[in-house]
Design a protein around this ligand. Structure first.
Ligand code: IPM
Ligand code: MG
Length: 356
């Protein structure tokens, strides 16, 4: 039987609750599809700061490096906001992404037809939307050196080299080949040198992908187009900070940020996490939506292990559960037949996936 080692990081806030449901669903499909998952639980973020004094302990990083994949919940909270930047929970996440070489962040934003009314945008605008944001994740202004902060000055720098651009662009082109064969490179090439380099490198690479339609769009326009006519997009390729912003925007097209998964890949070990944060305000109440994490687990099965059937079983279980009217509180007002707690909807999805 095939065996996979998963490093599980629950994190803070709703992290532990949503991860528990993803584990339930993973257990269900691993039995059904005949593979074994070994879960190794580790600390990162505020939970690690409280116990070990740092946001990413070496034990966690080493465990992640020697695993087959990292499944991660969410980190952060007001409790740790006053800490210096290097000691904040977010620094743990940025470091693990960098250390694992997870330079390509895939963030799909798709519409669940059952929830078409949950979006703040009109149904006719969002019908059929299926976007994949490919965000560069280990470069740009997040990591640029030098960085300075004192009382009078602050400095951050956006740096990119051709190698960093080309490797993430390749991921986008490969993704586009399996989708609608269109890439929109989002940048600010009318102002930024880094963006000009992105355009040059991506245009050059495009010569190897004859079937792909490559478009360029300034980031301000892209922010506008995403709410004006989101169906025009297929793959959006962009640098780290623009991708952070646009992927949150794209997530709201489908109604709840609690629904969308992500995969951070490129290195030997990938990180699979929901795109939402730790939502400390609703932690511990059993009302968090675990679907984004459950779908992240599905992405892990697909991208890290090639267990495509099991991944597809999870995706169809989620759709069927939504079709049958089961809802967590965040999406309760949209055609709900039954309002579920975090644990209840997790169990229902696990049952559906086991029967799929
Ligand atoms: C995300 C988050 C992180 C980021 C934060 C928590 C550092 O917003 O994964 O999108 O900016 O990358
Ligand atoms: Mg973000």
């Amino acid at each position: 039987m095939k065996k996979y080692d998963v490093c599980v990081i629950k994190g803070d806030g709703i992290g532990p609750e949503i991860i528990e449901e993803a584990i339930k669903v993973l257990d269900a499909v691993s039995h059904k599809f005949n593979f074994e998952l070994n879960f190794d639980y580790r600390l990162m973020g505020g939970a690690a700061i409280d116990i070990m004094g740092v946001p990413l302990p070496d034990e966690t990083l080493n465990a992640a490096k020697s695993s087959d994949a990292v499944l991660f919940g969410a980190i952060g909270g007001a409790k740790w906001d006053g800490l210096p930047r290097e000691l904040r929970p977010e620094s743990g996440l940025l470091k693990i992404r960098k250390e694992l070489g997870a330079f390509a962040n895939l963030r799909p934003a798709m519409i669940f037809d059952e929830l078409i009314n949950a979006s703040t945008l009109k149904p006719e605008i969002i019908k059929g939307v299926d976007i994949m944001v490919v965000r560069e994740l280990t470069g740009g202004i997040y990591f640029g050196q030098p960085r300075v902060k004192n009382e009078k000055d602050a400095l951050n720098t956006m740096c990119y080299n051709a190698t960093e651009i080309e490797r993430v662009a390749k991921v986008a082109f490969e993704a586009a080949l399996l989708r609608n064969k269109k890439i929109t490179l989002v940048d600010k090439a009318n102002v930024l040198e880094t963006s000009q380099l992105w355009r040059e490198v991506v245009s050059e690479l495009a010569k190897n992908y004859a079937g792909i339609n490559l478009e360029f769009m300034y980031v301000d326009n892209a922010a506008m187009q995403l709410v004006r006519a989101p169906a025009q997009f297929d793959v959006i390729l962009t640098e780290n900070l623009f991708g952070d912003i646009l992927s949150d925007e794209a997530s709201m097209i489908c109604g709840s940020i609690g629904l969308l998964p992500s995969a951070s890949i490129g290195g030997k070990v990938g990180i699979y996490e929901p795109i939402h944060g730790s939502a400390p305000d609703i932690a511990g109440q059993g009302i968090a939506n675990p679907i984004a994490t459950i779908l992240s687990a599905a992405m892990m099965l697909k991208y890290a292990f090639g267990e495509n059937e099991a991944a597809a079983a999870i995706e169809s279980a989620v759709r069927a559960v939504l079709r049958d009217g089961y809802r967590t509180k965040d999406i309760a007002q949209y055609d709900a037949k039954e309002i579920c707690s975090t644990a209840e909807i997790g169990s229902i999805i696990a049952d559906y996936a086991a029967k799929a």
